[in-house]
Each structure stands twice: as C-alpha cells, then as structure tokens.
Design a binder for this molecule. Structure first.
Ligand code: PLP
Length: 359
C-alpha cells in the first residue's frame, strides 16, 4: 500500500528525551517552557516578527478573524480546504467566492474588486499547495478599499518571496502544523503578524481571554497547544532541511517520470524558497482523472482529489467561479511524503501512463 501521505516520525529516543523534562516539571500545557522554546525557534527559523503556536490551523484562522474584528462579507477562494470557509462561517461572517488564477491556483486579484460591497470587511486568501498568492496586488486592493487581509498559509511553511517569509504578508497569516504537513507538531498551527498589538490581542484570544487568573481581556477560545505537541515540533525542526531536500528530489523525479503525461503540473518557477508540500496534476478532463485514480487504487496506491468539491458548492454557495470549478474537477494529488521511494514513484508513473495510453 502506498498512501497519498504519511506523517514524518523522528527517532523515538529523541522525542523521549523531551518527555523526561515534561515529567520532571509536571507542566503539560498552558504556555509551558517547550511551547515557548518552539515559538522562539520557529520565529528565528522562519525569520518572522511574531508568532503564536495554536492547537491547529483552523483555530488559527478563527482567531485571526476575531482579532481583526471582522464582520459582514469576506472575499475568499473556493479552491482551498474546507477550513478556510468554515472559519469564516463559524465567525459569523459570509464568504464571498471569487475565482482563481489558472496559473497560481490562488485567488485572482483581477476579479476581487468587482466582488467588493459595502459589507466587505476583508480578503482571506490561501497560498494553495504553498504557491504564494499575488500578495502585492492583493495589498494594493486592500489599501484602496480599506480591507483587512488574512492569508491561510496552511501549506506554506518555509516559503519565501523577495527574501521575506510569506507569513510576513497581510495583517495576519496562519499555518497548519498538522501531522501530514511538511513541518508538524501532530496537531498544531500558528498565527503570524508584524503588529505587536494584534499579537497581544491574539494571545488573549488563544487563552479564553485570560489576563491573569481573575481578569479577562474580552472573550477568547481555547487555542492553546501542549508541551507534548511542542516537543514533537522541536524534534521535527532538526529534520526540516532533510525533509524539504527529499521532497524536492521526489518532486523533480515525478516531473521527469511524467514528462509524457498529458497533464499540467504546478508552476513553481520563480518561487525563491519553496517547500514541495504537494504534487498535484491537472488532467485534461475529469474522466481521465477518474480512470487514473481507479487504476492507482486497484494497485493499492492512494491519491486525493484535493480540493474537490470547490468550497462554493457547500451550503454557502455564491459566486461564479468557472476556473476553480474546472480545476477542482480535474486535479489529483499524487503520493508525496518522506520515505516515498524512487521505485514507488516509477510504479505510480507507469500506471498513469498506462491509463493515458489505454494499455
Ligand atoms: C488550506 C488549509 N487551511 C486550513 C487547514 C486546517 O488546518 P488544521 O488541520 O491544522 O486545522 C488545512 C488543513 O489541511 C488546509 O489545508
């Protein structure tokens, strides 16, 4: 069986070493020393101003929306994971879907302005598969219309443009450190901002609104993460360079093996520092995708229609998004994870070429 993804697990002994300290201190959660250590190490590794470690990447988006005091409509992408939309809805706002750019697969800035209404409070865009949004165009529009910007950077750990972390763009960026991500803390996520005031607000929101034991600064949520999750992050950080280097090789190996396949690949040309988070292929039509997925499955090979259906086809329907509809009906993510072998990749490629050539 070749799964579509597999979490990276470091040597058990390295994790165990952190457990001794947790037992000695008897401090399991509530902003413990390992959470602080992880936040400091991530801040330096990613070269960002401020970040907070949260218990997942969904709560991170919800905290961002709450911290910015958003209401009314939020312009967003239909081509993302459901958490991008569910966070908007759970925070009592209305998602307004704008189509995507077929090249980057991200929110198309040229289509944003026509969707802005007097109720619009923000733009929430996803750096899909870790490919950066057109952050400059989005910033221009946001400034002109006085809108806030949140980036869902769940896939974008370690990505840089113009020498800066992608998390430094927008009012707030978020990330997911879920087990299947390039960098993980089992469950986990982060919020990132350049603004110290926003950071303060988010730190209250992450901890129920507590300002000490007896005082509250607004009403928050439980967005904290534990010492056990932080420990996994601290160990995994030591392997980040290896993980990304291995994924880079796998990504290029797929490109070589699949040269003859009539599909479109992710365009990562010009991204200064990329993380090789996913390997999606876009078929010419949905029929080809279905046949390929079925034959892969017959050979016990996982693949995933990520993202399908488009988020504007959930209960919160709005917007005319033909590009997103078309891409989401044709896109398939192939297995990509630490430890996937060249032989396994060859087998996957052979099967895909067999389907194309009707063999
Ligand atoms: C684009 C996107 N946003 C948000 C999330 C939510 O992250 P989490 O699973 O950590 O809550 C995910 C998770 O896969 C995602 O892919």
């Amino acid at each position: 069986m070749i799964p579509v993804t597999k979490p990276f697990l470091p040597p058990k002994e390295e994790y165990h070493r952190y457990l001794d300290g947790i037992w000695e201190r008897n401090w399991l959660t509530n902003n413990g020393p390992l959470v602080n250590e992880l936040e400091l190490k991530l801040k330096s590794h990613l070269d960002v101003n401020h970040l907070l470690f949260t218990n997942n990447g969904t709560i991170a988006i919800q905290i961002a929306i709450k911290a910015l005091g958003l209401s009314g409509e939020i312009i967003t992408t239909p081509f993302s994971y459901v958490a991008t939309t569910s966070s908007i809805v759970w925070e009592g706002c209305t998602p307004v879907f704008v189509d995507i750019d077929p090249k980057t697969l991200n929110l198309d800035p040229t289509k944003i302005e026509e969707a802005i209404s007097p109720q619009t409070s923000a733009i929430l865009a996803t750096h899909v598969y870790g490919v950066p949004c057109d952050v400059e165009a989005i910033e221009k529009i946001a400034k002109k219309h006085q809108l806030k910007v949140i980036y869902d950077g769940a896939h974008a750990f370690g990505v840089k443009i113009k020498g800066r972390s992608i998390f430094e763009y927008g009012d707030i960026s978020t990330c997911s450190f879920h087990a299947t991500k390039v960098f993980h803390t089992i469950e986990g996520g982060g919020v990132f901002t350049k603004d110290p005031e926003l950071l303060k607000r988010m730190s209250y929101l992450r901890n129920f609104g507590h300002d000490g034991f007896l005082k509250f600064n607004g009403v928050g949520i439980n967005g904290k993460n534990s010492e056990f999750h932080a420990a996994m992050g601290l160990v995994n950080m030591n392997y980040l360079a290896d993980i990304i280097a291995a994924r880079k090789l796998q990504f290029h190996h797929y490109l070589d093996l699949l040269k003859g396949l009539k599909v479109k690949f992710l365009d990562i040309v010009g991204i200064e520092s990329y993380n090789y988070a996913y390997f999606p292929i876009i078929f010419e039509n949905e029929g080809q995708l279905e046949k390929s997925m079925a034959l892969l499955s017959d050979h016990e090979i996982g693949s995933r229609r990520y993202f399908f259906p488009g988020l504007n086809h959930l209960d919160y329907t709005s917007g005319d998004t033909p590009v997103s509809d078309s891409i989401s009906s044709r896109v398939l993510c192939l297995p990509l994870y630490h430890g996937l072998s060249k032989e396994e990749q060859k087998m996957i490629a052979r099967i895909l070429l067999r389907v194309q050539n009707n063999l």
